[in-house]
Design a protein around this ligand. Sequence first.
Ligand SMILES: [Zn+2]
Length: 192
Amino acid sequence: MSTQKAQKLDVLTKIFLNLVDRLVSFEHDNPELGKLAVRIVTYLATRGEALPEDKIASALGIEGSEVRKVLHTLFKYALIEVEKEAVDPERGRYENRLKVSPEFVRRITASRVRMVIDVLKECLQELASTAYYVCPTCYRRYTMDEAYDLNFKCPRDDTPLVQPDHSIEVEFLTDVIKKLQDYAAQLSKPGK
Ligand SMILES: [Zn+2]
């Protein structure tokens, strides 16, 4: 039954689950916990309602302590929504309920896409400002200053240094960044 449900997940949720898997596995240096996190988030995403911790644990047949460990990491990386539900308002008793809504998934994915865009922009800037030289024989890189000092010759093999042409990469990266920006903008549109 769970595989049937998993198939119904859309692409965004799959991207989101991939992120959940990687972050939780990395945090605990334990791929099993990553898989557990994926099960929990998949369950919440398909249920589409806010559920308390113990219900999640019993529905999935997982130890409460394991669920708590995973939820803690999901909180830490803001990969889960929390709703405070009044259980007994007169005595001030509240219960945290966990949720993974499509809206939330979209928002998190959009912010991740923007992070990728930032990294790509940095790469682009570095490429565009090609302030280094390279030896075509040993592929060693030299800064502009070093190249001047070396009289534009590699000290290892005496090959004349060249300045690499990155116009193709720059064009490619610019295009990818543009596409990702469009994608992020589309994800950020409300009510889609
Ligand atoms: Zn060289």
